[in-house]
Design a protein around this ligand. Structure first.
Ligand code: S3P
Length: 188
């Protein structure tokens, strides 16, 4: 899609485009690409949590535990959704595990303040992609088993919050971003 037509589309979209999905589905890279195409700021909830805590995701998990990480993550999710500046948001993989986060996403979706896009990929593809990152302490022990269990447990949660789902297997970042834009256009 050309820059002009994607910018025209941007003016008709809900305030926030929120990308959800398991670790490795490409939320951050696709989000950055989409933000550039739509001329909007890109927001990554993990980066906001890290800035707030003054520590990396890994350091928060190690020093304070997952529950503390989830508490800050929930604050961040509420704040970024309440912002009026139109943005593209990569919501970290575990955001949907907290019921209040799912409720706030659905409320904003129903009020047309956001659209939630679920990026999907099979476990083999996810395993290849997550090797590039070190900010995922939950994958230290058994990446394959953990991602398989997460796919099983979280699929209903992603289904609940998202109105658009994109299968990204074998696709480049630009192809996924184009697919998101085309689905957003159809959904108008
Ligand atoms: C997590 C996903 C990670 C990060 C943390 C926990 C999860 O973010 O928040 O390691 O529970 O799925 P990404 O989805 O951006 O990798």
């Amino acid at each position: 899609m050309s820059k002009t037509s994607s910018e025209q589309l941007a003016s008709t979209l809900p305030t926030h485009i929120v990308l959800v999905g398991l670790m490795g589905t490409g939320k951050s890279s696709v989000g950055r690409q989409l933000a550039s195409m739509l001329n909007r700021p890109f927001v990554d909830t993990d980066k906001k949590v890290e800035a707030r805590a003054g520590k990396t995701v890994r350091e928060i998990f190690e020093a304070d535990g997952e529950a503390a990480f989830r508490a800050v993550e929930s604050q961040v999710v509420n704040e970024v959704l309440d912002t009026d500046v139109p943005s593209v948001i990569a919501a970290a993989g575990g955001v949907v595990t907290q019921e209040p986060n799912r409720n706030v996403l659905m409320r904003h979706r129903e009020n047309k303040q956001c659209v939630v896009v679920w990026l999907r990929a099979n476990t083999d593809e996810l395993l290849t992609r997550v090797k590039k990152g070190v900010h995922r302490p939950l994958l230290d022990a058994d990446p394959s088993g953990t991602l398989t269990a997460m796919a099983r447990d979280r699929t209903p949660m992603y289904e609940q919050v998202a109105s658009i789902a994109i299968d990204t297997d074998g696709m480049s970042i630009v192809q996924v971003a184009d697919a998101v834009l085309s689905q957003l256009r159809t959904a108008q």
